[in-house]
Design a protein around this ligand. Structure first.
Ligand code: FAD
Ligand code: SF4
Ligand code: SF4
Length: 462
């Protein structure tokens, strides 16, 4: 008999006012008993609507059935058939808009907690079984991967498993892309990402860190060195600013810079001397996941007050509902329908206030979105000593500008054939945020996988 409870089996979490002072993981995940209880909520639907909602089409009912039987190893094997990083996706996937949105149990009650089950299975496997993969027999063909985010890691892994001699070139001193420099430790522990990188090394992938492709070496030079194909997974790390007065004052950060200092350069650890001012009162501008991460990090870095300034209302916020709720529980002060117009500095050129104006939402336009309009004369000031801009990012133009023949669209994203992920240059493939603009981890992984398949066909002449 299935478990007909209308609600998901809850997972333990750190209490909000405890966790907003540490960087330990917020959700503690399922115990085996809780996982089995939740797995029994799945109806094993014949038409599997949940699978169609997953960008990498994990065989969801099959893996959940194995969890219900208590055979967690078999459940892992089902997941890893289509997903190389379940420890990551089980934690950060926007499940509510993907697999769980399609789950029939969500029609009357809550969807099956597919993401939590995936995380449980991946964590269980890592703790109880995880063995390093064996290095496959090399076919001697050299392939380069630019960037070690989820797109690059997945592409490199799939190519290495097929015998290619893969080298990843990464600009930072640590591999993982946004998984290590953007998403904070309390949502995705970095040891998990490192263990995935270690598996790649075991497969024989060579990791060249601190190499900026386009500066240290160009793609054409790589090809001259004997690389037969290149995958570009360089992400979308170029931050946007508002263009308002005061953005160059000391104490104004892009979310990318702030999060990199906190996460990658470990500013929160006492034995790291990363330069990052401890602020008392911080304004974070934006309403997406990046804004939530920046605000929650600022709180954990000791700020007494963290304002979240967003020009629309809560319903329109692009951030995941879970992240919004977590941020509110952690005492982030949401100031909605509010837009900054100026940042003010003190006599030393340091941020001391932010001037905002109230906004009103207008009637929906043809696209159904309600655009915000300034309420004239509604200006007000907030006392802050740091401002973090989380307004979105776009791909860095470096690779395009140093690789003749690579075409980009008007947003600066690389143009690819969607079936093969091949760019406008033969032998050069691309995927992830570099192609879509800022998107999701699972889409980047899916693109890396698709590109590896097409590169194999190209290189082997199949
Ligand atoms: P990236 O992860 O950006 O990796 C690109 C890598 O390429 C980087 O390591 C970069 O240093 C390297 N690189 C760039 N240029 C060069 C060069 N010229 N030479 C060598 N290396 C280069 N998605 C979710 O699904 N769920 C979430 O909860 C979520 N939260 C997020 C929170 C934050 C703060 C941010 C910033 C993003 C978040 N995302 C989330 C989005 C997600 O992380 C990205 O969509 C995903 O990481 C894109 O993967 P990628 O491999 O294309 O690029
Ligand atoms: Fe759902 Fe993401 Fe897992 Fe797919 S990868 S089943 S969308 S949590
Ligand atoms: Fe199980 Fe929901 Fe998928 Fe049906 S839709 S198989 S109940 S997870």
């Amino acid at each position: 008999m299935p478990n007909m409870s209308l609600n998901k089996t809850p997972a333990e979490e750190q209490a909000p006012l405890v966790r907003n002072k540490n960087f330990l993981e917020v959700s503690l995940g399922y115990t085996p008993e809780q996982a089995i209880e939740e797995a029994r909520r799945c109806l094993n639907c014949k038409n599997k609507p949940c699978v169609a909602g997953c960008p990498v089409n994990i065989h969801i009912p099959e893996f959940i059935a194995k969890v219900a039987e208590g055979d967690f190893k078999a459940a892992y094997e089902v997941i890893s058939d289509t997903n190389a990083l379940p420890c990551v996706s089980g934690r950060v996937c926007p499940q509510e808009n993907q697999c769980e949105e399609r789950c029939v149990r969500g029609i009357k009650g809550e969807a099956v907690a597919i993401g939590r089950l995936e995380r449980f299975v991946a964590d269980w496997y890592m703790k109880n079984v995880s063995a390093m993969p064996e290095k496959p027999q090399s076919n001697g063909i050299k392939v380069a991967v630019v960037g070690s985010g989820p797109a690059g890691l997945t592409c490199a892994s799939d190519l290495a498993k097929r015998g290619y001699q893969v080298t990843i070139f990464e600009a930072f001193h640590t591999a993982g892309g946004v998984l290590v420099y953007g998403i904070p430790e309390f949502r995705l522990p970095k040891a998990i990402v490192q263990s995935e990188v270690d598996k790649l090394k075991a497969l024989g992938v060579d990791l060249q860190l601190d190499v900026v492709v386009g500066r240290t070496i160009t793609i054409d030079e790589l090809m001259e060195e004997g690389y037969k194909a290149v995958f570009v997974g360089s992400g979308a790390g170029l931050p946007m600013f508002m263009g308002i007065p005061g953005e160059s004052l000391a104490g104004v950060y892009s979310a990318n810079e702030y999060l990199t200092r906190v996460n990658l350069m470990k500013a929160y650890l006492p034995d790291h001397d990363t330069p990052l001012k401890r602020s008392k009162s911080v304004a974070v501008v934006g309403g997406g996941n990046v804004a939530m991460d920046a605000a929650r990090c600022a709180k954990r870095m000791g700020a007494e007050k963290v304002y979240l300034l967003y020009r629309r209302d809560e319903e329109e916020m692009p951030a995941r509902r879970e992240e919004v709720n977590h941020a509110k529980e952690e005492e982030i002060d949401f100031r909605l329908l509010c837009n900054p117009v100026r940042i003010l500095g003190d006599e030393k050129g340091k941020v001391c206030q932010i001037e905002c104006v109230r906004m009103r939402l207008q009637a929906p336009d043809e696209s159904g979105r309600r655009s915000p309009k300034e309420v004239v004369g509604s200006n007000f000031f907030l006392p802050v000593d740091a401002v973090i801009m989380a307004l979105g990012t776009s791909p860095n133009p470096l690779i395009r500008s140093t690789t003749p023949g690579l075409e980009t669209n008007r947003k600066g994203c690389l143009v690819v054939n969607e079936d093969t992920m091949r760019t406008t240059r033969e032998g050069i493939y691309a995927g992830g945020d570099a192609v879509t603009g800022a998107a999701t981890v699972i889409l980047a992984m899916g693109a890396g996988k698709k590109a590896a398949q097409a590169m194999d066909e190209y290189l082997s002449g199949k």
